[in-house]
Design a binder for this molecule. Structure first.
Ligand code: P6P
Length: 297
């Protein structure tokens, strides 16, 4: 379980709530803007990836909304090299449009959020809350904090007012795993991971859609395991610790699941840089234990 000594136990954190109010408020506007922003921009992000117009728009919108929240001291984005100063308070790390490569194929994507106490880079134990929006057939938001994990439906009225409706106030990982989703190309998997994957493929159903938030939400809903593993040509995998792996690991561990970088909890990883990548494995505890044993052989 994440370290919640940073939290005054029991009292909901009004700044965290304001952060997720801001994230929810931008979700419908991001969704509305996507049809006209499926093209690639000329820019690259700090991870060297081509930035879609949708990524840039989401980053601008979220940057503006989150730096305006009292109690947010820094906005840190996958799309920006450095933190954007916002005064005093939490550092809010964001992947503005995770899975934006799904924009052309019209598949799920969303925003990943980590609320850290103190400056970044930091370990996941500095998280006080984390979550993600999912722009699927409906817009949902999963929010994890010291009180637990909840799923909300985000709707916008004709008036423009955005509403967050809690549809599950105690989201826990299903005991019985059902689905798996493994990223990267099979030829690029290590022998140890490939062997583990072959076992899991015989036990569970494949659910992989190329967007971490969509694929993790399958595991959140049906139980199982998601991985973007270490690859033979990318031993640190693809996903960024601060913006993707830590927030997702925090959510899954808060739900009673487990996370790993291949050797131990993602939340223990101590990064050198803001955009460090890390292999990510999350899901039911037994499947993560088996994964760590398989990679240790
Ligand atoms: P691949 C999306 O680009 C992303 O960052 C994650 O959302 C997703 O899990 C992964 O990359 C997909 O990568 O190599 O399968 O296209």
């Amino acid at each position: 379980m994440p370290d919640d000594t940073n939290e005054a136990a029991g009292e909901p954190d009004s700044v965290v709530d304001a952060v997720f109010d801001a994230v929810a408020a931008t979700a419908p506007a991001i969704r509305d803007a996507l049809p006209g922003r499926r093209v690639e921009s000329d820019d690259e992000n700090p991870s060297g990836e081509t930035v879609l117009a949708g990524d840039m728009y989401a980053d601008e919108l979220l940057g503006e909304a989150l730096t305006a929240v009292d109690g947010v001291g820094a906005y840190v984005s996958e799309e920006r090299p450095d933190a954007t100063d916002a005064g005093e308070g939490y550092s809010v790390a964001v992947d503005p449009l995770d899975g934006s490569s799904n924009l052309r194929s019209n598949n799920a994507m969303g925003t990943v959020v980590g609320v850290y106490e103190g400056s970044l880079p930091a370990t996941g134990h500095d998280l006080v809350a984390a979550g993600y929006t999912l722009l699927g057939p409906i817009t949902t938001m999963v929010v994890a904090d010291e009180s637990g994990v909840r799923e909300e439906v985000v709707t916008r009225a004709a008036s423009g007012d955005v509403t967050r409706t809690v549809v599950d106030d105690d989201l826990t990982l299903p005991d019985e795993p059902t689905v798996y989703g493994f990223g990267g190309r099979v030829p690029d998997w290590t022998d140890a991971f490939r062997e583990y994957a072959r076992e899991v493929e015989d036990e569970l159903k494949l659910r992989y859609g190329g967007s971490m938030v969509g694929d993790v939400n399958q595991v959140v809903t049906y139980g199982g395991v998601f991985a973007y593993p270490a690859l033979t040509d990318a031993p640190d995998g693809k996903l960024r610790l601060s913006f993707e792996a830590n927030p997702i690991a925090y959510v899954i561990e808060r739900m009673g699941g487990a996370s790993s970088d291949g050797t131990g909890s993602i939340l223990d990883v101590d990064p050198d840089g803001l955009h460090d990548r890390v292999p990510l494995y999350v899901g039911n505890e037994t499947l993560i234990d088996r994964l760590e044993t398989a990679l240790d052989e």
